[in-house]
Design a protein around this ligand. Structure first.
Ligand code: 6PG
Length: 469
């Protein structure tokens, strides 16, 4: 057995596990990884940078016996049963005070259950969101750890070293108690779904109503990425359009089937939002559109029945590009508003004490939803840590007021052209309802009382009232 004592262990040497471990080693920590597949351990060692200490082993016991105490063992295995299996195998090998980290996209209720189970055994368990994909893991992800504070103290130096940095500040921070790490990552993914849906709607309008070529689309998104819409998702969107297809003479984007996959985190966000309850309509819509995309054959049949004709745009193109830009900018801001309002409510309801100013700060770099907007939100939460909704911040309100008319115009353009824009419309509807001091729910109360004697409250008197309608 080697005499080197390792600082960090990884279970699961798929691309994410390998890349994160190599990143850890590059920052001067001795890193060891376990995978049943011996070839993955070899791949890890071969990919290690010169002068770093990296080892791949094929038994858990071999890895655990070479770790410094308290042992830090991270899992990057598929969510669900595999996580429980690894915990079961690890437990007999660990001692009191050791730390298990689940870096996958686990459901927060599973994380809560695991924390309680391991608490009895005096082993710390941290649910930790990791965002940024393969390249993020290798060169700097955004990391969202939650759970045990004392375990966080042990992990902090390593995670701060390997995370992405924005203005020298690490994109990792303690996200709160219990399952806060996985909860914050779940909401991150919900926002990710919503922004991706918004971008795809704008693409749809540009392509089908304005007949923009892929080269023109590339130019527009590239230009947008150099301005206030700058974000990772806009950047990769610009990159996608010029890519040639290896298997045909098309651009690759035009050869890709319009059925979206999903691993569930967007759906979990919507389900949990309804349970809290907190309104999250743009994420709900994004999930629904991915679901609808799967009904390809039925959509084709419906198209044959209704023969919708997309109205081809004629007019001032530059003006419309600007309206779409502002519509996308503001609806994206509203998506973040919905997600952050959900975290604010969940922080209290689920007893997680989530520091929202740290959430927006660590989302500025490394993660999929990183964007310059996050800088504005960080300033807002620094001013008021318990801001229930970013739309209430004065500086943000000033931005919203400037863009509002163009968001409205963009939604009209979509409807007029028969191009679906559920996400953008839902963002506008959320905004209009959120900023309505009086909603039409008085009528809903009257109806409920009419057919079910459910009673209603009055504006001018306290108590419950019922009318024989
Ligand atoms: C990230 C991503 C990552 C992944 C999700 C979403 O932050 O790095 O969110 O976790 O892309 O699994 O995938 P689906 O679109 O398949 O749900």
């Amino acid at each position: 057995m080697s005499s080197t004592l390792y600082d960090f262990g990884m279970v699961g040497l798929g691309t994410m596990g390998r890349n994160l471990l190599l990143n850890i080693a590059d920052h001067g920590f001795a890193a060891i990884g376990f995978d049943l597949d011996v070839s993955k351990g070899k791949l890890l060692e071969e990919a290690a940078s010169k002068g770093t200490t990296v080892k791949g082993v094929s038994t858990l016991a071999d890895m655990v016996s070479q770790l410094k105490t308290p042992r830090k063992v991270m899992m990057l295995v598929p969510a669900g049963n595999p996580v429980d299996m690894v915990i079961k195998d690890l437990l007999p090998l660990l001692e009191e005070g050791d730390i298990i980290i689940d870096g996958g996209n686990s459901h927060f209720t599973d994380t809560l259950r695991r924390i309680q189970f391991l608490e009895d055994k005096k082993v710390h368990f941290m649910g930790m969101g990791v965002s940024g994909g393969e390249s993020g893991a290798r060169f700097g992800p955004s990391i969202m750890p939650g759970g045990d504070q004392s375990a966080w103290t042990h992990l902090k130096p390593i995670l701060e070293a390997v995370s992405a940095k924005v203005n020298g500040e690490p994109c990792v921070a303690y996200m709160g108690r219990n399952a806060a790490g996985h909860y914050v990552k779940m909401v991150h993914n919900g926002i990710e779904y919503a922004i991706m849906q918004l971008i795809s709607e704008v693409y749809d309008y540009f392509k089908r109503s304005m007949n923009f070529s892929n080269d023109e689309l590339h130019e527009i998104f590239k230009k947008w990425n150099a301005g206030e819409l700058q974000s990772f998702l806009i950047e990769i969107t610009a990159d996608i359009f010029p890519r040639k297809d290896d298997l045909s003479s098309n651009r690759l984007i035009d050869s890709i089937l319009d059925k979206a996959g999903s691993k569930g985190t967007g759906k979990w966000t919507s389900q949990e939002a309804m349970d809290l309850p907190v309104p999250l309509p743009t994420v709900d819509l994004a999930v629904a559109m991915r679901d609808l995309s799967v009904y390809k054959d039925e959509r084709m049949s419906a198209e044959a029945v209704y023969k919708p004709k997309v109205r081809v745009f004629t007019g001032d193109r530059e003006k419309v590009i600007q309206q779409m830009h502002d519509g996308l900018y503001l609806s994206t801001l509203i998506c973040y508003a919905q997600g952050l309002a959900m975290l604010s409510k969940a922080s209290v309801e689920r007893k997680m004490e989530i520091p929202l100013k740290d959430v927006v700060s660590i989302w500025r770099g490394g993660c999929i939803i990183r964007s310059t907007l996050l800088e504005t939100f960080t300033t807002a939460f620094k001013k008021q840590a318990d801001l229930p909704n970013i739309l209430l911040d004065k500086k943000i309100a000033a931005i919203v007021k400037k863009k509002q008319a163009n968001l409205r115009k963009a939604v009209q353009l979509f409807a007029g052209a028969k191009v679906p824009a559920g996400a953008m419309s839902s963002a506008l509807a959320y905004f209009d309802a959120y900023t309505s001091g009086r909603m039409p729910t008085n009528l809903i109360q009257a109806q409920r009382d009419y057919f079910g004697a459910h009673t209603y409250q009055r504006l001018d008197q306290t108590g419950s009232f019922h009318t024989e309608w």
